[in-house]
Design a protein. Structure first.
Length: 285
């Protein structure tokens, strides 16, 4: 089955066909990938074969592997995912790593670091920050009630639920929301794909992941205009905003923030060498 599945997917243009087949089989057999090789001659029974064929067919229809197996890894942690939320991606780890670094340096003196995660989705950013920053207290918001449910589950499974508050809120529609406290960090991986580019996405993304979390139905810069104009009113004097953006948006997103009066701006590259994260700090700190 490993050999057949690998060849079948590769012949139809699927990337990582061997890894995909391994992960599907390991999921069906409820074993580790290494077990597939230590028990290489194990025949599949009828039920296992039927389950594998069902999962394999879903992948042939371009459904993301992460939705089929129901989980993915981010920052070394496991996260439950389904079509209610975006699948966490390695690029977003750049955002988390930058936030952790800022807490270790700029905010090291804070006994508690209050974090606002806008558009929490699966909760991958909020949970990772709560896990990696002992002083963090996170408010994670999303305009999707379904996404909030998924994020709560991931916080529970990663034992961070006591330091994250989840709220169903569309902050763009209710920017005058009066938070009880101001924040040291605002982090967000917003919808940044333009309406024009959305149709060009791979079917795994375009046809399966939630559209509202991918595109702003405009030029892809809508959230950055909003965030750059209101974030200062949510931040402590030494506060910092970190936003993810597309690999080709760095200059445009920087212009948006500079036009809104932000002067302390830094850009971070992901591990592919593309600028993917903008850091904007309050002045004079």
């Amino acid at each position: 089955m490993l050999q057949w599945g690998t060849t079948y997917l590769a012949d139809r243009g699927f990337d990582e066909s061997r890894l995909t087949t391994e992960l599907l089989l390991a999921h069906i057999l409820q074993c580790k990938r290494i077990d597939l090789y230590t028990k290489f001659d194990k025949p599949l029974n009828e039920a296992e074969l039927a389950s594998f064929k069902t999962a394999f067919k879903r992948r042939l229809e371009h459904e993301p592997l992460q939705y089929i197996v129901g989980e993915t890894e981010f920052m070394g942690l496991k996260f439950f995912v389904d079509p209610r939320v975006l699948i966490p991606r390695p690029e977003t780890e750049t955002l988390v790593e930058a936030a952790v670094e800022i807490c270790s340096n700029r905010l090291a003196h804070q006994q508690q670091v209050r974090v606002l995660d806008i558009g929490t989705g699966s909760g991958c950013v909020a949970v990772s920050l709560a896990k990696m920053i002992p002083a963090a207290k996170v408010l994670a918001i999303d305009k999707s009630a379904d996404a909030v449910e998924v994020a709560k589950r991931n916080a529970e499974e990663n034992h961070t639920v006591d330091r994250i508050e989840f709220t169903h809120l569309d902050i763009v529609q209710i920017p005058q929301k009066n938070f009880s406290e101001k924040f040291h960090l605002i982090v967000s991986n917003p919808p940044y794909i333009s309406n024009r580019e959305f149709s060009e996405l791979p079917p795994e993304i375009r046809d399966y992941e939630p559209r509202f979390a991918l595109t702003d139905e405009g030029d892809g810069l809508g959230f950055y205009r909003f965030c750059s104009s209101v974030a200062k009113s949510f931040l402590e004097p030494n506060g910092v905003v970190l936003v993810e953006h597309a690999f080709n948006q760095a200059d445009e997103v920087e212009r948006v923030f500079r036009s809104a009066g932000w002067k302390q701006i830094e850009k971070r590259k992901d591990y592919s060498g593309n600028f993917r994260c903008l850091i904007a700090a309050m002045e004079g700190e």
